[in-house]
Design a protein around this ligand. Structure first.
Ligand SMILES: [Zn+2]
Ligand SMILES: [Zn+2]
Ligand SMILES: [Zn+2]
Length: 122
């Protein structure tokens, strides 16, 4: 499963090592060479599992659909980065709360420490 494009509708066969990848980043993580560029891409539709070729030079609107099952495979990619962005905004809010909690905890700890030493003294 591709962790870069969460809604990937097709796998792409790399022209360099002839393996199936969901995206160029998957290739980059698994292989130690650059992904070769090609004008004729080989895809496999994730919906009907059939392979087809597209000429990237003459790519038209109708080429965004699987020729076998009409699955629209050219989508705006949902990437985990977008999710992370939302998360980091939340974290900023959380961080403030965490900081407050820590400050409060420190207070409690110091009070507890005093109490403990007082017990020891007593
Ligand atoms: Zn390769
Ligand atoms: Zn990927
Ligand atoms: Zn299909």
């Amino acid at each position: 499963m591709c962790k870069h494009i969460l809604n990937a509708q097709v796998s792409i066969r790399s022209p360099c090592c002839r393996k199936w990848f969901d995206c160029a980043q998957c290739h980059g993580e698994q292989e130690n060479h650059e992904l070769a560029r090609t004008m004729e891409m080989t895809f496999v539709c994730k919906k009907c599992k059939k392979a087809f070729r597209k000429n990237m030079e003459e790519f038209e609107d109708s080429d965004e659909y699987c020729p076998h099952c009409d699955n629209h495979f050219v989508l705006e990619a949902k990437t985990p980065q977008a999710a992370l962005k939302v998360e980091s905004e939340d974290t900023r809010v959380d961080a403030r709360m965490i900081k407050d909690d820590r400050a409060r905890q420190k207070e409690y700890t110091s009070i507890f420490d005093v109490g403990e030493s007082a017990d020891r003294l007593g």
